[in-house]
Design a protein around this ligand. Sequence first.
Ligand code: SAH
Length: 402
Amino acid sequence: MKPDRTHSDISTREPPEPATVKVSRRGAQRARAGHPWIYRSDVDQSDHPPGVVSVVDERARPIGRALWSPASEIRLRMLTTGAVEINREWWCQQIERARSYRDSAISDTTAYRVVHGEADGLPSLIVDCYGDYVVAQLLSAGLEQLRDDVIYALREVLAPAGILLRNDATVRRHEGLALEVTEAAGTVPERLEVSEADVRFYVLPHTGQKTGAFLDQRENRALLGRLARGRTLDVFTYQGLFALHMARSAEQVRAVDSSATALAVAKSNAQLNGIANVEWIEANAFDYLRALATAKERFDTIVLDPPAFAKRRESLERALAGYKEINLRALRLLARGGTLGTFSCSYHVDGPRFFEMLAAAARDSGRRVALVRSLGQSADHPTLLTVPETGYLKGALVQALD
Ligand code: SAH
């Protein structure tokens, strides 16, 4: 007779224990101090396939469970500090916790970040909501192995109409992963409509930058929208969001970007909102700012939101020179009492470097420039104090006093 193996026999079996990876004293200290990354040099030689592993210190004392990426400089990304099983239920709980934080942190938007990777205790996972749709990024080899569980949890907790994976971020190359854009659930339209305060806008989730929009700037866009007046300039406008927020209170807005594709979306966004006082200009920002100076133009409000000039630490000096140049030019263009909202999203340009650069620009501009307020990422992109890498957007609101 055949043995009686029922379904429940199988499902009550204990899941296999994950492989164990030993880390150095330094690695263990880092993890215990609240940083989830453990680098190659702090990990013993092991050739496990990517996925979840158990992490122990030199004396084999348990540290927790982590994502293992065999090809990455960041070999381990801690998920838990206990021997918790990383299963679908665990993912559901984590996504729910991240989602409920957003309930209190944000309002008045249908586009927001639900999971900000390390800051939400879910390293290498990005999840953005655009209305009923979810756009996510799985950015490590360890996480890629858990794709089915992550998608399951996103469906369970967020119940989206569709999930798109924007797994075309180049960091995936460091993990030995392919770059791809693929639908993981339902179908996601080429173009979605969302809203942010009283501005509606289109998002192209399949082809737009990042997951389709720069959601980290939402609160700063609302702020500049309230402050803008008179003649206003939005440099590096992308799909026009700062410009559209500012168009409500400014008389006239000029918005500049070097990408014709981005400006085409910006124009349709203006139409969508019935906004007609924005002039869209396709130009290199450096050249355009120089031309405005030559023409002796003046603006009451200016926004500078450039792309990351320092993508790597090695390009820091050049990047700082670039930031200083645009900030100096912008400060010179400000009318008396005018306001500048200026940003850097380069992680390598930290707060002190950013403000030093801005002070140097202020000095060279010959203006008296007051720092009204420091700015940062919107609350749905929290910065974890123990993980500085989770905070990358620096900003300042400054005013020309004379
Ligand atoms: N402010 C936008 C995001 C800007 S992203 C928002 O809130 O949504 C940076 C933008 O800078 C991109 O649209 C890119 O096309 C543009 N850009 C990059 N280099 C540029 C340059 N040298 N001159 C003008 N625009 C540039």
